[in-house]
Ligand binder design. Structure first.
Ligand code: PLP
Length: 460
């Protein structure tokens, strides 16, 4: 396979970047295999009708991304690397493999963010207007672009019902502050997101856990809990639940919505992981927009550092939430929503999401190779898995052994409300190790531990 036929766009990105991108794409698609020798600078410059300097810059850019290696006097070769496209070497912690936090894998976003910043910088009057106070509901065009992007990913929203927030966590806080008073009860899955429990504690709310199975909350248990506790709302993560990865099928979604309609119970639909799978069931907001407050964010799909989340609200709630946002911070920084708008519009957000999916699939393949017999639930595009420990391991002993072996994992205890017992499960964030080599090293250690439970003590 050759690169002498790369199609270059005269009015597109700089030539050297187009060439580096094309090489990356061919490596990604396995059209160029590791060890392949690339044409000399002169030969490629002639073939593509560009200067030798452009090729030198293109190869340097590809080398910077870890795609090619220049060997002095021998030419440029496709790297023998275990790093997929766009990854960058995030800092490692010697001796520690972190399976702790549900962070996106290390993607090199520097180029696309640099482009977006440059685009902002090249429009001074727009930049000046972004420096002013805006309406708390944000700039209409930014909401329109977000709505369109969500639509492209199967989430139906109306721009006039969208509200930007500082991440999904802040969106959840806004929900609880606006809907609840101290002493109120919220229903949640039996295992649920610790960020919800922390908020509830701060706001003096009670979380009541509801039984769940592999598809999430059980409808009959929800109905019973409604009658027993008169809850203010139910918090659900119907797609790729944190921590169990449970995903509700269509029938389960319908059944849950029917009960909530019947009980006039507001659904807080946390869809933070919902865009990761490339095929997913309809979000609840599509099925019952009047019943659902949709919580989303760009942390898992684009960049956690952007701190951008959003809510889609039933019309009757919208003004109350705008007021709550005003009380909190008046508005979300228009500079951030402008950055996000550029990346959602120019395709970079989709490119990053595609890369995350490819990378996660690759990561899970490696995990399965190392832990073929583990009782592990996961989705190939999801960040975390839910691992049941073998019977011979007690949860506390396993956590201690992980710590001794430099493995950071999250115990099931973190995902149950205070006072409720935790079964022997751990959450593994497979997206977290900075490199594939670290991931594999961590998996080897885990495999060793799982296969070697301690000899049980007995008492006389
Ligand atoms: C289920 C769930 N909801 C909400 C959040 C918060 O997301 P953000 O980083 O956008 O605040 C997280 C973060 O991990 C999460 O796992």
């Amino acid at each position: 396979m050759t690169i002498t036929n790369i199609a270059l766009e005269k009015n597109g990105a700089p030539m050297y970047r187009q060439i580096a991108d094309a090489i990356a794409e061919k490596v990604h698609n396995q059209e160029l295999l590791p060890g392949t020798r690339l044409p000399t600078h002169r030969a490629l410059a002639d073939a593509l009708c560009v200067t030798v300097g452009t090729i030198t810059r293109a190869y340097a850019e590809a080398e910077r991304r870890g795609i090619v290696e220049a060997k002095v006097g021998a030419g440029t070769y496709i790297s023998h690397t275990d790093k997929p496209l766009w990854t960058f070497a995030a800092p490692e912690r010697p001796g520690i493999t972190s399976f702790g936090y549900n962070v996106p894998p290390s993607i090199n976003r520097a180029d696309v963010f640099a482009d977006a910043l440059q685009q902002l910088a090249s429009h001074p009057s727009e930049l000046n207007s972004l420096m002013l106070y805006q309406p708390p509901s944000g700039i209409v065009r930014h909401r329109e672009v977000l709505s369109q992007w969500l639509g492209h990913h199967g989430v139906i929203t109306s721009p006039s019902q969208l509200l930007f927030c500082s991440g999904a966590q802040s969106a959840m806080q806004l929900c609880l502050l606006t809907l609840c008073r101290a002493g109120d009860t919220i229903l949640a899955d039996k295992f649920t997101y610790p960020g919800l429990m922390s908020l509830a504690k701060q706001l003096q709310l009670t979380i009541k856990p509801v039984e769940m199975d592999d598809e999430g909350m059980l409808p009959e248990s929800l109905r019973a809990a409604c009658q027993q506790y008169q809850p203010r709302a139910v918090y659900l993560t119907p797609t790729l639940q944190n921590p169990t990865t449970a995903t509700m099928g269509e029938a389960r979604r319908e059944a849950i919505i029917e009960i909530c309609r019947d009980q006039q119970l507001v659904i807080l639909e946390d869809d933070i992981n919902g865009l990761l799978p490339n095929e997913r069931p309809e979000p609840l907001v599509n099925l019952a927009p009047e019943q659902v407050i949709y919580i989303g964010g760009l942390a898992k799909t684009l960049a956690p550092g952007l701190r951008l989340g959003f809510l889609h609200l039933p019309e009757k709630f919208y003004p109350h939430f705008v007021n709550a946002l005003q009380n909190h911070s008046w508005m979300i920084s228009p500079l951030l929503t402008a950055m996000a708008t550029i990346l959602l519009e120019n395709g970079a957000a989709n490119q990053i999401l595609d890369t995350i999916r490819i990378d996660m699939k690759n990561r899970w393949q490696r995990v399965k190779e190392h832990l073929p017999d583990a009782d592990l639930r996961y989705h190939p595009h999801g960040f975390h898995g839910w691992l049941r420990l073998p019977d011979d391991w007690a949860l506390s002993d396993f956590l201690a052994a992980c710590k001794d072996n430099g493995l950071e994992v999250k115990s099931a205890e973190l995902f149950v409300p205070p006072g409720y017992g935790a079964p022997p499960y751990i959450r593994l964030a497979v997206s977290a190790p900075p490199t594939l080599a670290q991931l594999e090293m961590g998996c080897e250690k885990l495999a060793q531990l799982l296969a070697n439970p301690p000899i049980s003590e007995f008492a006389l």
